[in-house]
Design a binder for this molecule. Sequence first.
Ligand SMILES: Cc1cc2nc3c(=O)[nH]c(=O)nc-3n(C[C@H](O)[C@H](O)[C@H](O)COP(=O)(O)O)c2cc1C
Length: 397
Amino acid sequence: MISFGSVDEARAIARRRLPAPVYHYVEGGKESEATAAMNELAFGRVLFDAPTCPTAIAPTCGTTLLGREVGMPLAIAPTGFVRIIHRDGELGAARAAARANVPIAISTWCGAPAGDVVAANPDTWFQLYVINGREGAGWCIDLAREAGCRVLVVTADIAGVVPADRRSAPLPETMSLKAALAFAPEAWNRPRWLWSLLRGGLAMPAPNAPRRPDGAMLQVQDAGKLLAATPVNWEDLAWIRARWPGPLVLKSVMRAADARRAVEIGVDGVIVSNHGGKVLDGVPSTLSVLPEIVDAVADRAEVLLDGGVRRGADIVKARALGARGVLIGRPYLWGLAAGGEAGVSRVLSLFRRSMAGTLANLDRAGIDAIDRSVLRPLPDPVAWNMFGRDDLARRLA
Ligand SMILES: Cc1cc2nc3c(=O)[nH]c(=O)nc-3n(C[C@H](O)[C@H](O)[C@H](O)COP(=O)(O)O)c2cc1C
């Protein structure tokens, strides 16, 4: 039974249902969490120029992303260790995304084999972390190709798996009932979560990550160390381009010069992303740097954006500023926490409904008819990223 009528409500339910460390694994940002907060707040600083007497009826949300038709310009962002949130995990999310005809990007730390996710959703993107250098990356690229993943997304910033937020504990190294209870002692008061974890087999496997030298699957504790040991560099990106024949996207781009460099290497798209504020606190919101990146490369590559997208109207704002589409991380995880696969479906339909309503009120027949003219003049770059103590206090409450 899905009982939420808004994404905010799903967030509140996730907060009640998940033990605090799990909730903060999802919600937390780095350090002061200012960047995580700014990502969301920036959307409130961009304002529509509303026409009187709009006449558009039933506008179309459909468009294309990286050469494929989609129900709306939104993809599920790659997120690691999803099964700690709900046993439906990435497979449930992939099925929900397939019903909405939107892509899902799976993390290198996805808990299900990539082939199973592709069977659930033909538009599956594989997010690659370069672990164990090029040997590990090559292993993952071959696996993604053989599994039938359509797009390769290279993440260049390193969050590790130790939650960024000061309120969180590190994820348990291997999952067992004892480890789960040590990690989240209040789990006894979160029976739905505990039951889901038990029914999911208490496992947090990473079947698509490179194997250990002894052939065993990597464990959570390996993840952070290996990520930090072999960060991806520009030469690796060129090497990956030569090895991956399909659409290639670089995630974690925040500067126009970096976007240009990636496009010169031959990527088909860039994702303007600061990892949801989980990596480097104090960088600007993604929406505020979007226009300069669009100006630099949008004529040669698709520019996508993630971070702080919380409603369909936000997708329209990102499109108006030149993004081809957006990805959502936390909102789909809140849906998963609140209702498993059905919760993700609900979140996606809320996004679609908000987007269609926004298009109608802006008097546009479809998302492809959106351009900068639907916006009021933009705030200056400093005001864009200002936020008050109350904003931060609300986030940390
Ligand atoms: C719990 C969690 C785990 C994440 N794991 C990954 C990951 O494994 N790989 C990756 O590229 N990004 C990861 N991200 C970042 C997301 O892909 C995305 O950039 C971010 O969540 C977007 O911001 P939003 O949560 O405000 O929508 C993770 C984000 C969250 C919230």
